[in-house]
Design a protein around this ligand. Structure first.
Ligand SMILES: [Zn+2]
Ligand SMILES: [Zn+2]
Length: 374
């Protein structure tokens, strides 16, 4: 429920043990303004923080295929053409929002959440497509917390870098992944985020060994990094050798973690991923949810990623689409917004942003709030 999550974000941050590590220098490049959209400026002048929107978003195919440069508007600069705010539609459910950009600094994320009418936000705490690590300094943490406190955003989570593969048999890549994952947990705990969403890795050689490596790495990092932030392992679409595309395998992975860590770990259910993995949320919504409850249990469900799927049922392809515009249609999302088992679970979109970065999310969140009203 909202008050619970709000309370969670207010918890004092765990001390940053690695605060001595110098933060990476901020690029001195000019910040984008409305009058000079990123698309029109020479690429060299774009701050590193201001990645093209397509790269900032986790919107399935968009992140892999699009090389289009899309400007990321400053928070608070919502044009009238972006449509009305979702806040206009009464909604009393669990926090509901979307992935937002941190272009210009992590403290810009909460006001960007307000721009789209969100009460939950997901963000990257670093460049998700690069290995380079940094920790936040005290001023950045304070700025983020102050910005968050000024908004109705009641659930916050990071999504970790998709370069990370904690299950890799390659010792060098796995060590790098562990370091990156540890930094992610430290940054997120420092900000006081409710959760970090992480994908199980690719086993590459054999599945059982990969799962053991994955669980060992999670254990190692959680034992080193304490704090309020919960780890949510995301169910995957099942492409290649990725772990965690069935409820059973995710349960088996979590069962490998020591009992002392169980309360700090949960699951993120991405609707597009599970649909692509073969769970038919369209024709058997109740069956899929019942199976989730039996195998994993709703107490483990920490977040729902609400995405329609461009890829068909069982395709094992991770391709996000706007709600109601993909192979799933609006049916499952209407059910999700009214199902009593999911009422208290925070929900975030990772659907294509569109050029304006605001209007699509506004429209999607208005739609979902409408579904919640039945
Ligand atoms: Zn994900
Ligand atoms: Zn997702």
């Amino acid at each position: 429920m909202a008050p619970k999550h709000r309370a969670a974000t207010k918890k004092p941050a765990a001390k940053k043990p690695a605060a001595k590590k110098p933060a990476a220098k901020k690029p001195a490049a000019k910040k984008p303004t409305r009058s000079t959209p990123a698309a029109k400026r020479p690429a060299a002048k774009r701050p590193i923080d201001t990645q093209p929107a397509a790269k900032q978003s986790l919107a399935g195919s968009a992140r892999r295929k699009s090389t289009r440069s899309v400007s990321v508007p400053k928070p608070g600069t919502v044009p009238a053409s972006a449509g009305p705010s979702p806040y206009d539609i009464p909604y009393t459910g669990a926090p509901l929002g979307a992935h937002v950009s941190t272009a210009g600094g992590v403290a810009t994320a909460p006001p960007r959440g307000v721009d789209i009418g969100a009460t939950a936000i997901q963000l990257f705490t670093k460049q998700a497509n690069q290995w380079k690590e940094r920790l936040f300094d005290d001023a950045e943490v304070a700025a983020f917390r102050a910005a968050l406190a000024a908004t109705p955003v009641a659930f916050t989570n990071a999504h970790d870098s998709y370069l990370i593969n904690l299950a890799s048999p390659n010792a060098e890549l796995r060590a790098r992944s562990i370091e990156s994952f540890e930094c992610e947990m430290r940054r997120s705990n420092a900000l006081g985020l409710d959760a970090v969403v992480s994908h199980p890795g690719n086993f590459m050689d054999d599945r059982a060994s990969g799962m053991a490596r994955n669980a060992d790495a999670i254990t190692e990092v959680l034992e080193r990094v304490a704090g309020p932030t919960r780890l949510l392992m995301e169910l995957t679409a099942g492409q290649g050798t990725v772990i965690g595309s069935t409820f059973e395998e995710m349960a088996a992975l979590l069962a490998l973690l020591p009992s002392g860590l169980q309360a700090r770990v949960g699951v993120c259910l991405d609707t597009a991923h599970v649909f692509a993995a073969g769970y038919d949320l369209v024709r058997d919504f109740d069956g899929v949810l019942a199976r989730f409850g039996d195998v994993l249990g709703f107490h483990r469900l920490g977040l729902l990623h609400l995405n329609d799927s461009k890829a068909p049922l069982g395709s094992r392809k991770d391709r996000h689409e706007l709600i109601g515009a993909g192979c799933m249609g609006d049916g499952p999302f209407r059910r999700i917004m009214t199902d009593p088992r999911l009422l208290a679970i925070p929900k975030s979109l990772e659907t294509p942003k569109g050029d304006g970065m605001v209007s699509n999310d506004r429209a999607m969140l208005r739609k979902l709030r409408g579904y919640a009203r039945g």
